[in-house]
Design a binder for this molecule. Sequence first.
Ligand SMILES: CC(C)(COP(=O)(O)OP(=O)(O)OC[C@H]1O[C@@H](n2cnc3c(N)ncnc32)[C@H](O)[C@@H]1O)[C@@H](O)C(=O)NCCC(=O)NCCS
Ligand SMILES: Nc1ncnc2c1ncn2[C@@H]1O[C@H](COP(=O)(O)OP(=O)(O)OP(=O)(O)O)[C@@H](O)[C@H]1O
Length: 285
Amino acid sequence: MVDSHQLSMALADLAVESLIEELSLTPKPGLVDQNDQGSHRDLTYSIMMTSAISLHETFYQMAKVSFSEEPSQYLREKIGEIGRAGEKVMYEATNGVNTHKGAIWSLGLLTAAASIHKGQVDETRLCFTAGEIAKFEDRFIPNQLTNGIKAIQKYKVHGAKREAQMAFPHIRQFSLPILKSKLLNGCSYETAKIYSLLALIANLDDTCVLHRGGMEGLLFSKQYAQRLLDAENLEELPKMNDDFIIRNLSPGGSADLLAATIYLYKLAQLKIIYEENNVNEVSFK
Ligand SMILES: CC(C)(COP(=O)(O)OP(=O)(O)OC[C@H]1O[C@@H](n2cnc3c(N)ncnc32)[C@H](O)[C@@H]1O)[C@@H](O)C(=O)NCCC(=O)NCCS
Ligand SMILES: Nc1ncnc2c1ncn2[C@@H]1O[C@H](COP(=O)(O)OP(=O)(O)OP(=O)(O)O)[C@@H](O)[C@H]1O
């Protein structure tokens, strides 16, 4: 029998680690990283680090409640409640700045799915289970006109909710395959993650980008990322960062999905060691 506490701790560790890996990846266009704040005036590396660490309990709780469950409206609403409490913790840790709202959503659903499947590592299955949970209606979502909803209505795009309900197609089709293929081709882990991020920016209708730069900003970001991917040229990344900052563009949705991609990739390295039907160790290799 897998122990629910141990598994939930391991999954929460992994979720926070993935957020920290995303944050620490440098340089990233328009996003907060170790060099600069990208296009964000109110966000810093240290605020984002504090925020990531503060979310451990949120992911732990999401894993814990999902352990003996299946996707259901009950589970969707339970996860929503924990996620909203997590958003409060995040805002308290950051003095009111939105650092990881999208990440709580995407990584939270994947953590719930990983717990349901007792830590097994088939990424596609995890994406679809997370999508099943997301498809149930949460009757307690506050009726707020968020930046995401405004962009979805104005530009007729999908946004974070649909991305999850469709079982994270941009992770399954773009970011995870490119991460793996770049690693197989001998790229370093850091370089492979940059390519993975570029593949997301080139393809995702990111409501953060739309909110800040409109459709023109979204097309600019997508084409820029695609050009670097086609040319396999990462030397232009610092200039890409400058060009995004000038236009106030920040691909926050792509950053969240990169963290989710890292999470799925690292989960495949999670070893659950059984001994006489009892887990005696859960560790990352
Ligand atoms: C679905 C969520 C993300 C709300 O998103 P919404 O579309 O309303 O926009 P909002 O601007 O608040 O945040 C969207 C975030 O998602 C990320 N994002 C943007 N575009 C995309 C995309 N295409 N795909 C994935 N993520 C994206 C961005 O980082 C952004 O910060 C979720 O936070 C939610 O349902 N919130 C309601 C409160 C709640 O119940 N929270 C707990 C949920 S576990
Ligand atoms: N490294 C990162 N740098 C910046 N944003 C990130 C990073 N990683 C993830 N994000 C995501 O980007 C979102 C923040 O983007 P943004 O500040 O544009 O959102 P907003 O609060 O909706 O808009 P605004 O600040 O323009 O009013 C967060 O919800 C977070 O999930």
